[in-house]
Design a protein around this ligand. Sequence first.
Ligand code: AP5
Length: 187
Amino acid sequence: MRLVLLGPPGSGKGTQATRLKEELRIPHISTGDLLRAEVAAGTELGKQAKAVMDAGNLVSDDILLGMLEARLAQADVANGFILDGYPRNVAQANALGELLGRLDQPLDAIVQLDVPTELLVERIAGRAKEQGRADDNPESVRQRLQVYNDSTAPVIDFYAAKGTLARVDGVGALDEVLARILVAIKR
Ligand code: AP5
């Protein structure tokens, strides 16, 4: 199963991907986590990405595609993967299509998690208190939501037009949301 999880910041992509990983026994690839690991390791890429991420903006498409290509070359994705945080604009969606076409590994499912904005802000504020992620401050959150509306929402239309998108209500208990995703991807 090759699955993409789409949704705004705080919609539960990472939370549900962690659960789906256990359920489906395939790796979770989070581009946000890959970037945060580069920042934590102090690599040149991490240094370039940090200020952009902290401000709530998108890191360059070239950096992301290179990172993703390297990750998809690893052996553990042979039976599939859960992609969380990519694609984030239509150029990335096209690049992903080309990359997976070359690898002869088309996507099986694309799930969009639907959560109202007030709840997104509330969830991220809760996480800010617990974890102190650098981009969870109110200003960056506003910018991340804006970037989502401007750049990532068109990706939803891109996949909807192809007829490959499943919309899932992301509000509710974690198990309920997981069950809805499992139903959606088995359709
Ligand atoms: P990324 O790490 O992808 O962050 P994000 O998209 O802003 O997503 P979040 O991690 O905030 O939300 P989530 O949907 O995963 O929700 P979560 O499960 O954590 O990206 C960070 C940055 O990296 C970007 O801003 C950008 O700079 C850069 N980047 C990454 N990918 C890129 C790309 N492709 N191109 C360019 N730049 C890129 O849940 C949030 C909170 O809600 C948690 O506390 C959780 O416990 C809680 N929660 C979840 N589900 C529920 C529920 N059902 N009920 C109650 N609480 C819940």
